[in-house]
Design a protein. Structure first.
Lengths: 309, 256
């Protein structure tokens, strides 16, 4: 069923001069899936997304979207895509509804079609009351919802979301997740990039972790946690400047120990048992917290804790 | 309009935006009218008549009016493809948004240039009406003055947009106005070509506005010769090359 493979990349590479942004990745996304690219800043997520959106030429490797080559079928591919870029890029000289109308016309929709579709999407994006307003005074969350509405104007089969909730407050993020989840339920295939682990866990059926332009892990959120972390994590804090001094007494508790400047992480399948062992270790922690392992643990384990900017 | 393809919607976007910003249209209309009155009519009271390059003796205001029409078309086009295009290209990132649709860079170039010449055409039409009522139109050929103004607009819009794609700061636009300003003053606009020194005549002849002025002056004074075809061709080629260049540059800048 090659019809159902919406995105296929083999050895996909993107270079800018001497810099290799995407270094030979292999990806396949099927119809109906929600697929995520996870990675720190500069991992190559956005460069990948721009190639998939058919707005950035492939340096080498093979890329097929809907089975077509973006180098030769760019307009045909873009006609079936929804593109929600990292920056909003709304037209601030136009009103909310005009932004949708004008954008929709580029997809060959008639005036009447665009207006009907805009009505539906304004409702979906909870912006009906603001439809006549200028874009500029809208909140960040509203602008983001408008961008998503705009990207849906052509009823895309595949929706690309590049960091959809970056910079939004928690309320706005949850509203947006709810909208994206509805789209997923409607059968829209989603490909998104994010560096929020909770976002990836909420929205992605399957994801890859990217670092330095390469894919370092692939799987469902749960499988990745199983493979690269333990079931639970114990976070222990002490009243010391250097948490390394407690490495000795804690040694042997859990599967793995990680000393951070401000706390010690103990990876263990049974967190309570590990916490008990900490209590008996003779050290005097300020606090001990047992929590479930998250994608964040996987992510930091795979991509390291060094700051990449 | 259908032949424009997706470029139509670049124009639609600008029309939608300008429905609210129509007061800016007024300045573009009044500027050449003010020049016509101050220089053509005011100075014309002192100068009386002038001998054109084809040997006709005409009133000074009659001589200046066609040049103001050509300048209006130029200014209307240049204003749009410089500041407005720069803003959309570098700050508002509107072209990035358009390129996420089936539209291609050439649609953006064609759309912006067409919009700029529509805008220049509106200024020109307004000016032509004023000139007609003031008695500065002397020939039925003048019905072609408006299409000619569109050609002038296309030439300047094409080249202007191309130049704009190379700009990275607002200050660099001074360079464009350093070219446009002397062109406005010295393209046989206010005095005939024969009044320039021989060497400078060739410089004047090389400028696009000179050819626009030749075209409009021939049509409005009814002094139509085969020389106009050359001027027309010059402007059309300039507009075409400019649009092509602008499209290529947008592709190189945005589809990276």
């Amino acid at each position: 069923m090659t019809d159902d493979v919406l995105l296929s990349a083999k050895g996909l590479t993107k270079t800018f001069g001497d810099f290799t942004a995407v270094d030979g990745i292999d990806v396949e996304v099927r119809r109906g899936e929600s697929f995520g690219f996870l990675g720190p800043n500069g991992a190559g997520k956005s460069s990948t997304m721009r190639m998939v959106a058919a707005v950035s030429p492939v340096t080498s490797g093979e890329l097929r979207i809907f089975g077509q080559d973006p180098a030769t079928h760019g307009p045909a591919i873009r006609a079936r895509l929804g593109n929600c870029p990292q920056q909003d890029r709304l037209d601030e000289e136009l009103s909310v509804e005009e932004n949708l109308w004008v954008y929709g016309r580029f997809f060959g929709l008639t005036r009447a079609e665009v207006r009907a579709r805009a009505d539906e999407l304004l409702d979906f994006a909870q912006l009906t009351e603001r439809r006549k307003d200028k874009v500029e005074p809208l909140s960040g969350g509203m602008k983001r919802r408008l961008v998503i509405a705009r990207s849906l104007i052509n009823n895309p089969e595949l929706l690309l979301l590049d960091e959809p909730t970056t910079g939004l407050d928690p309320q706005a993020r949850h509203v947006l997740w709810d909208r994206l989840f509805r789209l997923k339920r409607q059968g829209v295939t989603l490909i998104l990039t994010t560096h929020y682990m909770d976002e990836a866990e909420q929205l992605c059926d399957r994801l890859v972790v990217m670092d330095h332009g390469r894919i370092v892990a692939e799987g469902s959120p749960r499988a990745l946690i199983q493979e690269h972390s333990t079931r639970e994590v114990v976070e222990v804090r002490y009243d010391v400047d250097d948490h390394g001094v407690h490495a000795g007494p804690l040694e042997g508790i859990g599967d793995r120990l990680e000393i951070l400047p401000d706390r010690v992480l103990i990876y263990a399948d049974d967190g309570d048992a590990a916490a008990g062992a900490v209590a008996r270790s003779g050290t005097e922690p300020l606090s001990t917290l047992v929590r479930r392992s998250t994608l964040e643990d996987v992510f930091l384990h795979l991509t390291g804790r060094t700051l990449v900017d | 309009m259908l032949a424009l393809g997706l470029a139509r919607f670049v124009i639609l976007r600008n029309v939608t935006s300008f429905r609210r910003g129509w007061p800016v249209f007024l300045s573009g209309f009044f500027e050449p009218v003010f020049y016509l009155f101050s220089i053509g009519v005011g100075l014309g009271a002192l100068v009386k008549t002038v001998t054109t390059d084809s040997g006709a003796v005409v009133g000074y205001a009659d001589f200046v009016a066609p040049a103001m029409l050509a300048s209006a078309a130029m200014n209307g086009a240049i204003m749009d493809v410089t500041f407005n295009v720069f803003h959309k290209l570098r700050f508002a990132k509107l072209y990035d948004t358009m390129l996420a649709t089936p539209a291609a860079p050439k649609d953006i170039a064609v759309g912006e240039v067409t919009w700029a010449l529509i805008r220049g055409g509106i200024y020109s039409a307004g000016f032509l009406v004023v000139a007609l009522f003031m008695g500065f139109v002397h020939s039925w050929w003048a019905v072609l003055a408006l299409p000619a103004a569109l050609v002038i607009g296309a030439a300047f819009a094409g080249v202007g947009m191309w130049a704009t794609t190379y700009m990275t700061t607002w200050q660099q636009f001074e360079i464009i106005f350093l070219i446009v300003q002397p062109m406005f003053l010295f393209s046989a606009t206010f005095f005939p070509l024969s009044s320039y020194p021989e060497a400078l005549q060739w410089v004047v002849r090389a400028t696009p506005l000179y050819h626009g002025v030749v075209l409009e002056r021939g049509l409005m004074l009814g002094d139509v010769g085969s020389g106009l075809v050359g001027s027309l061709a010059y402007l059309l080629v300039l507009g075409g090359v400019g649009m092509w260049g602008a499209g290529r540059r947008i592709e190189r800048l945005l589809l990276t």
